[in-house]
Design a protein around this ligand. Sequence first.
Ligand code: MIC
Ligand code: SF4
Length: 645
Amino acid sequence: MGLTLTEKIIKDHIVDGEMIKGTEIGLRIDQTLTQDATGTMAYLQFEAMGVDRVKTERSVAYIDHNTLQSGFENADDHRFIGSVAKKHGIWFSRPGNGICHQVHLERFGKPGKTLIGSDSHTPTGGGIGMFACGAGGLDVAVAMGGGAYYITMPEVVNIKLTGKLNDWVSAKDVILKVLQILSVKGGVGKVMEYTGDGVLSLSVPERATITNMGAELGATTSIFPSDETTRAFLKAQGREEDYIPLSADPDAVYDKVVEIDLSTLEPLAACPHSPDNVKTIGEIGNIKIDQVCIGSCTNSSMQDLLKVAHILKGKTVHPDVSLAIAPGSKQVYNMMAQCGALSDLIDAGARILECACGPCIGMGQSPNSHGISLRTFNRNFEGRSGTKDGQIYLVSPETAAISAITGVLTDPRTLGAMPPYVMPEKFIINDNMVTPPASPEEAPSVEVLRGPNIKPFPINTPLPDSIEAGVTLKVGDNITTDHIMPAGSKILPLRSNIPAISEYCFAVCDETFPKRAKEAGKSIIVGGSNYGQGSSREHAALAPLYLGVKAIICKSFARIHKQNLINNGILPLTFVNEADYDKIDQGDELALPDVRKAIENGSKIIVRDITKGIEIETTLELSERGKGMILEGGLLNYTKKNGGK
Ligand code: MIC
Ligand code: SF4
């Protein structure tokens, strides 16, 4: 029986466990990336491990999220990351160089390699045939130290693409279609592997748009084959030697097949407030819009921006609309400048932002009250834009650009024939904004610069025999990490300061939660299905840990968040019977008697609702290693106990 591409790369990298679906496997990690909003914690954790120099083939620290420097905090954190990177063998991509995923794809990613990043959109690397996963900062720290990365051996879903996209329909519409079919939890425990003739017509940036937004499916990762298109892209990046051809065996067996005929796709939009709330532009109608934002790690390539420039050329942004554009990298920005297309953007009235995440993470450009904003980004969770009642629609760059001109949501196919895109034979290559690490000889004398914003991170204690605590919060389905630990320009600078940032924990759902949780001392949260979807931010576990949260009981968890809870020793319990969710109320007192013994024995965990006088069965789905972490109060304690392993 042949192997899928996913299985081939896993087979090459497996260092623990067996390739049996649903069981835990450990993978050797070739490359890591961090960004600044998760990076400070990851490097503090790396320092706590006491490893002098990273053991990966390539580790890169990017500054791209916290670039709005409205106080000392972000600038201090940049200096900390720059200096810690220099000392420990990590390449440092300076602020201004671009968004981690875009730059990594351009300059460092290699087909067939494993990559983990402390950012959920790390699967962007799947666009060139990497097995690239988003992970918590602690997992990335362990991988930098040479440790394996553990995942559940995934099922592999084959997304079989046939046909060719019509003019003005693009990669964003493909992934929005996949989200419409599979939903924001359809990818949990799965890898999306793209095959079929339709793949041939997609460029690397287009493939990367699709794998990037596979994160919104909850997938472990997404991957395209590495073919002649990949070779041409790497060659144009001056690194053809990194190319290897890779594809699934012709007789590979998949767990599920989803067929999409590209020629049948239409321009789509994800309506507020979920990336899977997808409709055609026609179905939504010509709604009046207030803002358009183009950029983010999903849609900020040269190819995307050239199309935007073509649409804007000689036109003016509609008087009622504000258009912001952030190129994905210095390379893209510079090439847009050199070919003159940047001038078309400026001339039309676009507000050009630096190459960074910017509005995607609420770092500026929040829309007006009730404002309707079209964005080429990947997430439209409630409040993420920085405006609580902002209405965010996720669209392609083509739809965004034409709508910025007309002032209403507009189908780009009204533009007539589309000019062909020809990839440059050579991109501008200048890695002058990537600082190499110090040599092993020089490293000991490098001083790590720590600002006053950096506070030690909380470390849990071993699990007690029993737990008694009240339910301080009950929430519904699809709670995102943006609900648990919101971002935005006010809160993000506190990412290195858990006591301060925890004051905003669950602010989107209930502003009183941090105070109540602190007063209670110990508490439990009850949630619905797909709890913790979205980002990899470990802060969504660290802040609750700091506030005394001992367990989360819900219907199901998103992958990265569940791992972050385990890594920090917070119990991720699932209801055996989902209907029991309705029986527990906020304010109920719960007891988990002999919970430690139950975990050691692998038995069900009984939750006594003392207030209601009932018992509820829950389970803890964990590998042996996961069990060890929960019992010891997290990965760091567990590693110490096991002599650094
Ligand atoms: C996001 O898009 O939500 C982020 C901000 O990039 C996060 C990481 C973070 O919260 O720092 C992610 O996707 O993991
Ligand atoms: Fe940055 Fe947005 Fe991409 Fe997250 S999704 S890495 S915030 S551009």
